[in-house]
Design a binder for this molecule. Structure first.
Ligand code: G
Ligand code: MN
Length: 252
Protein backbone atom coordinates (compact mmCIF):
# COMPACT_ATOMS: atom_id res chain seq x y z
CA UNK A 1 0.00 0.00 0.00
CA UNK A 2 1.17 3.52 -0.71
CA UNK A 3 -0.29 6.89 0.04
CA UNK A 4 -0.47 7.65 -3.65
CA UNK A 5 -3.92 8.89 -4.66
CA UNK A 6 -5.88 6.79 -7.10
CA UNK A 7 -4.84 7.56 -10.65
CA UNK A 8 -7.16 7.48 -13.61
CA UNK A 9 -5.99 5.38 -16.58
CA UNK A 10 -3.84 7.47 -18.89
CA UNK A 11 -6.50 7.40 -21.60
CA UNK A 12 -8.71 9.41 -19.28
CA UNK A 13 -6.26 11.60 -17.39
CA UNK A 14 -2.91 13.06 -18.38
CA UNK A 15 -1.56 12.30 -14.91
CA UNK A 16 1.28 9.80 -14.95
CA UNK A 17 1.99 10.22 -18.64
CA UNK A 18 5.52 10.90 -19.78
CA UNK A 19 5.97 14.60 -20.57
CA UNK A 20 7.07 13.89 -24.14
CA UNK A 21 4.03 11.82 -24.95
CA UNK A 22 1.75 14.36 -23.31
CA UNK A 23 3.42 17.18 -25.24
CA UNK A 24 2.88 15.27 -28.48
CA UNK A 25 -0.78 14.80 -27.69
CA UNK A 26 -1.12 18.44 -26.68
CA UNK A 27 0.52 19.53 -29.96
CA UNK A 28 -1.91 17.36 -31.92
CA UNK A 29 -4.82 18.76 -29.99
CA UNK A 30 -3.85 22.40 -30.60
CA UNK A 31 -3.19 21.78 -34.28
CA UNK A 32 -6.62 20.30 -34.73
CA UNK A 33 -8.91 21.97 -32.22
CA UNK A 34 -12.09 23.68 -33.27
CA UNK A 35 -14.47 26.15 -31.70
CA UNK A 36 -18.11 25.47 -31.01
CA UNK A 37 -20.45 28.43 -30.57
CA UNK A 38 -23.54 28.35 -28.38
CA UNK A 39 -26.24 31.00 -28.71
CA UNK A 40 -27.15 33.34 -25.85
CA UNK A 41 -30.60 34.80 -26.35
CA UNK A 42 -32.59 37.65 -24.91
CA UNK A 43 -34.89 36.19 -22.24
CA UNK A 44 -37.91 38.22 -23.23
CA UNK A 45 -37.72 38.27 -27.03
CA UNK A 46 -35.72 35.14 -27.71
CA UNK A 47 -33.56 37.06 -30.19
CA UNK A 48 -29.84 36.35 -30.36
CA UNK A 49 -27.68 38.49 -28.12
CA UNK A 50 -24.45 36.61 -28.66
CA UNK A 51 -22.55 33.34 -28.68
CA UNK A 52 -20.17 31.69 -26.23
CA UNK A 53 -17.07 30.24 -27.88
CA UNK A 54 -16.27 26.80 -26.51
CA UNK A 55 -13.08 24.85 -27.09
CA UNK A 56 -13.52 21.44 -28.71
CA UNK A 57 -10.78 18.86 -29.15
CA UNK A 58 -10.37 16.18 -31.81
CA UNK A 59 -7.48 14.54 -29.94
CA UNK A 60 -8.92 11.30 -28.48
CA UNK A 61 -6.59 11.29 -25.47
CA UNK A 62 -7.66 14.85 -24.51
CA UNK A 63 -11.36 14.58 -25.30
CA UNK A 64 -12.85 17.48 -23.37
CA UNK A 65 -11.83 21.06 -22.47
CA UNK A 66 -10.96 20.06 -18.89
CA UNK A 67 -8.43 17.50 -20.13
CA UNK A 68 -6.89 20.00 -22.54
CA UNK A 69 -6.55 22.62 -19.80
CA UNK A 70 -5.05 20.09 -17.40
CA UNK A 71 -2.46 19.08 -20.00
CA UNK A 72 -1.66 22.73 -20.72
CA UNK A 73 -1.20 23.37 -17.01
CA UNK A 74 1.06 20.35 -16.55
CA UNK A 75 3.20 21.26 -19.52
CA UNK A 76 3.41 24.94 -18.55
CA UNK A 77 1.80 25.70 -21.93
CA UNK A 78 -1.53 27.04 -20.82
CA UNK A 79 -1.11 30.30 -22.73
CA UNK A 80 -1.08 28.38 -25.99
CA UNK A 81 -4.67 27.25 -25.43
CA UNK A 82 -5.92 30.80 -24.94
CA UNK A 83 -3.88 32.07 -27.89
CA UNK A 84 -5.13 29.36 -30.22
CA UNK A 85 -8.78 29.57 -29.20
CA UNK A 86 -8.80 33.37 -29.46
CA UNK A 87 -7.23 33.25 -32.88
CA UNK A 88 -9.76 30.69 -34.12
CA UNK A 89 -12.75 32.49 -32.63
CA UNK A 90 -11.65 35.90 -33.96
CA UNK A 91 -11.11 34.39 -37.41
CA UNK A 92 -14.57 32.95 -37.52
CA UNK A 93 -16.64 35.88 -36.35
CA UNK A 94 -18.43 37.29 -39.40
CA UNK A 95 -17.60 40.94 -40.08
CA UNK A 96 -21.14 41.74 -41.17
CA UNK A 97 -22.56 40.67 -37.79
CA UNK A 98 -22.93 42.58 -34.56
CA UNK A 99 -23.55 39.92 -31.93
CA UNK A 100 -21.54 39.72 -28.73
CA UNK A 101 -18.86 37.05 -28.42
CA UNK A 102 -18.33 35.47 -25.01
CA UNK A 103 -14.84 34.04 -24.49
CA UNK A 104 -13.67 31.95 -21.54
CA UNK A 105 -10.49 33.11 -19.89
CA UNK A 106 -8.33 30.99 -17.66
CA UNK A 107 -7.12 33.23 -14.82
CA UNK A 108 -3.55 32.61 -15.99
CA UNK A 109 -4.41 34.09 -19.41
CA UNK A 110 -4.51 37.42 -17.61
CA UNK A 111 -0.77 37.30 -17.18
CA UNK A 112 -0.23 36.65 -20.89
CA UNK A 113 0.86 39.80 -22.77
CA UNK A 114 -0.55 38.24 -25.94
CA UNK A 115 -4.08 38.52 -24.56
CA UNK A 116 -4.06 42.32 -24.46
CA UNK A 117 -2.20 42.45 -27.78
CA UNK A 118 -4.73 40.21 -29.52
CA UNK A 119 -7.58 42.42 -28.36
CA UNK A 120 -5.73 45.66 -29.15
CA UNK A 121 -5.10 44.39 -32.69
CA UNK A 122 -8.85 44.12 -33.28
CA UNK A 123 -10.22 47.42 -31.92
CA UNK A 124 -13.47 46.98 -33.85
CA UNK A 125 -14.01 43.63 -32.12
CA UNK A 126 -13.21 44.64 -28.53
CA UNK A 127 -16.62 46.24 -27.77
CA UNK A 128 -18.25 43.02 -28.94
CA UNK A 129 -16.25 40.86 -26.53
CA UNK A 130 -17.29 39.59 -23.13
CA UNK A 131 -14.44 37.89 -21.29
CA UNK A 132 -15.64 35.26 -18.84
CA UNK A 133 -13.59 34.64 -15.73
CA UNK A 134 -14.13 32.13 -12.94
CA UNK A 135 -12.54 31.76 -9.59
CA UNK A 136 -11.51 28.18 -10.32
CA UNK A 137 -7.95 29.26 -9.82
CA UNK A 138 -8.15 32.21 -7.49
CA UNK A 139 -7.64 35.46 -9.34
CA UNK A 140 -5.86 36.78 -6.29
CA UNK A 141 -2.99 34.42 -7.16
CA UNK A 142 -2.41 36.22 -10.42
CA UNK A 143 -0.22 39.26 -10.12
CA UNK A 144 -1.93 42.33 -11.57
CA UNK A 145 -5.12 40.45 -12.46
CA UNK A 146 -7.23 43.47 -11.69
CA UNK A 147 -4.93 45.82 -13.56
CA UNK A 148 -5.09 43.52 -16.60
CA UNK A 149 -8.85 43.42 -16.46
CA UNK A 150 -8.87 47.21 -16.29
CA UNK A 151 -6.67 47.38 -19.40
CA UNK A 152 -9.02 45.05 -21.26
CA UNK A 153 -11.94 47.18 -20.18
CA UNK A 154 -10.18 50.30 -21.38
CA UNK A 155 -9.96 48.62 -24.80
CA UNK A 156 -13.74 48.23 -24.72
CA UNK A 157 -14.17 44.61 -23.53
CA UNK A 158 -16.79 43.67 -20.98
CA UNK A 159 -16.07 41.28 -18.12
CA UNK A 160 -18.35 38.48 -16.97
CA UNK A 161 -18.21 36.25 -13.92
CA UNK A 162 -18.74 32.68 -15.10
CA UNK A 163 -20.48 29.93 -13.12
CA UNK A 164 -21.80 32.17 -10.34
CA UNK A 165 -23.34 29.98 -7.67
CA UNK A 166 -21.26 26.91 -8.55
CA UNK A 167 -19.09 26.96 -5.48
CA UNK A 168 -15.84 28.24 -6.90
CA UNK A 169 -17.39 31.48 -8.02
CA UNK A 170 -18.87 33.14 -4.98
CA UNK A 171 -20.44 36.44 -4.17
CA UNK A 172 -17.03 37.84 -3.30
CA UNK A 173 -16.24 37.77 -7.03
CA UNK A 174 -18.96 40.39 -7.53
CA UNK A 175 -17.23 42.73 -5.15
CA UNK A 176 -13.77 41.87 -6.40
CA UNK A 177 -14.40 42.22 -10.13
CA UNK A 178 -17.37 44.54 -10.49
CA UNK A 179 -18.39 42.67 -13.64
CA UNK A 180 -20.57 43.93 -16.46
CA UNK A 181 -22.34 40.59 -16.69
CA UNK A 182 -22.79 37.57 -14.42
CA UNK A 183 -23.46 34.08 -15.66
CA UNK A 184 -25.59 32.09 -13.31
CA UNK A 185 -24.37 28.51 -13.07
CA UNK A 186 -26.64 25.71 -14.22
CA UNK A 187 -26.89 24.29 -10.68
CA UNK A 188 -29.02 27.33 -9.88
CA UNK A 189 -31.05 26.93 -13.06
CA UNK A 190 -31.71 23.20 -12.84
CA UNK A 191 -35.34 22.59 -11.79
CA UNK A 192 -35.72 26.23 -10.83
CA UNK A 193 -39.48 25.90 -11.33
CA UNK A 194 -39.59 23.24 -8.59
CA UNK A 195 -37.63 25.08 -5.93
CA UNK A 196 -39.01 28.13 -4.18
CA UNK A 197 -35.68 28.64 -2.50
CA UNK A 198 -33.82 28.76 -5.83
CA UNK A 199 -36.46 31.10 -7.25
CA UNK A 200 -36.03 33.42 -4.29
CA UNK A 201 -32.25 33.36 -4.60
CA UNK A 202 -32.26 33.97 -8.34
CA UNK A 203 -34.78 36.78 -8.03
CA UNK A 204 -32.71 38.51 -5.33
CA UNK A 205 -29.51 38.11 -7.26
CA UNK A 206 -31.09 39.55 -10.39
CA UNK A 207 -32.40 42.46 -8.34
CA UNK A 208 -28.98 43.23 -6.87
CA UNK A 209 -27.32 42.90 -10.27
CA UNK A 210 -29.79 45.22 -11.93
CA UNK A 211 -29.29 47.79 -9.22
CA UNK A 212 -25.60 47.65 -10.06
CA UNK A 213 -26.30 47.67 -13.81
CA UNK A 214 -24.98 44.15 -14.22
CA UNK A 215 -26.66 41.95 -16.84
CA UNK A 216 -27.61 38.39 -15.88
CA UNK A 217 -27.21 35.35 -18.15
CA UNK A 218 -28.67 32.02 -17.01
CA UNK A 219 -26.64 29.01 -18.19
CA UNK A 220 -27.66 25.44 -18.88
CA UNK A 221 -31.36 26.05 -19.53
CA UNK A 222 -32.71 22.68 -20.63
CA UNK A 223 -36.48 22.70 -20.28
CA UNK A 224 -39.32 25.11 -20.96
CA UNK A 225 -40.32 25.30 -17.28
CA UNK A 226 -36.83 26.51 -16.38
CA UNK A 227 -36.97 29.09 -19.16
CA UNK A 228 -40.28 30.38 -17.90
CA UNK A 229 -39.10 30.60 -14.28
CA UNK A 230 -36.00 32.50 -15.41
CA UNK A 231 -38.04 35.00 -17.37
CA UNK A 232 -40.25 35.48 -14.31
CA UNK A 233 -37.16 35.99 -12.17
CA UNK A 234 -36.07 38.85 -14.40
CA UNK A 235 -33.00 37.22 -16.01
CA UNK A 236 -31.82 39.15 -19.06
CA UNK A 237 -30.31 36.41 -21.20
CA UNK A 238 -30.59 32.64 -21.53
CA UNK A 239 -28.15 29.97 -22.68
CA UNK A 240 -28.59 26.21 -22.78
CA UNK A 241 -29.59 23.20 -24.84
CA UNK A 242 -33.21 24.40 -24.93
CA UNK A 243 -32.13 27.52 -26.79
CA UNK A 244 -29.36 25.94 -28.86
CA UNK A 245 -26.51 23.47 -28.47
CA UNK A 246 -22.89 24.42 -29.02
CA UNK A 247 -21.96 23.73 -32.63
CA UNK A 248 -19.64 24.82 -35.42
CA UNK A 249 -20.40 28.24 -36.87
CA UNK A 250 -22.96 30.78 -35.84
CA UNK A 251 -26.13 28.93 -36.73
CA UNK A 252 -29.13 29.00 -34.47
O1 G B 1 -17.88 26.64 -17.52
P1 G B 1 -18.71 27.10 -18.66
O2 G B 1 -19.99 27.71 -18.20
O3 G B 1 -17.95 27.98 -19.62
O4 G B 1 -19.08 25.76 -19.48
C1 G B 1 -20.09 25.69 -20.39
C2 G B 1 -20.27 24.20 -20.70
O5 G B 1 -21.63 23.82 -20.45
C3 G B 1 -19.99 23.86 -22.15
O6 G B 1 -19.07 22.79 -22.21
C4 G B 1 -21.32 23.49 -22.75
O7 G B 1 -21.19 22.46 -23.71
C5 G B 1 -22.12 23.04 -21.54
N1 G B 1 -23.56 23.33 -21.69
C6 G B 1 -24.12 24.32 -22.40
N2 G B 1 -25.48 24.30 -22.31
C7 G B 1 -25.79 23.26 -21.50
C8 G B 1 -27.04 22.71 -21.02
O8 G B 1 -28.13 23.18 -21.31
N3 G B 1 -26.93 21.63 -20.20
C9 G B 1 -25.74 21.08 -19.85
N4 G B 1 -25.76 20.01 -19.04
N5 G B 1 -24.56 21.56 -20.28
C10 G B 1 -24.57 22.64 -21.11
MN1 MN C 1 -18.31 30.02 -19.81
Amino acid sequence: MTDEPFKMPSSVSSEGLGTNLLAERFDNCLADLWMAFQPIVSAKEGSIFGFEALLRSREPSLPHPGAVLEAGERLGRLYEIGRTTRERAFQEIPEDSSFTLFLNLHPLDLSDEALIESVARRPELAPRLVLEVTERAALTDIADAKARLAELRALGCRIAIDDLGAGYSGLSSLVELEPDIVKLDMVMVRNLHQSRLKQRLVRSLVEICHELEIGVVAEGVEVEEERQALVESGCDFLQGYLLGKPRAGFGF
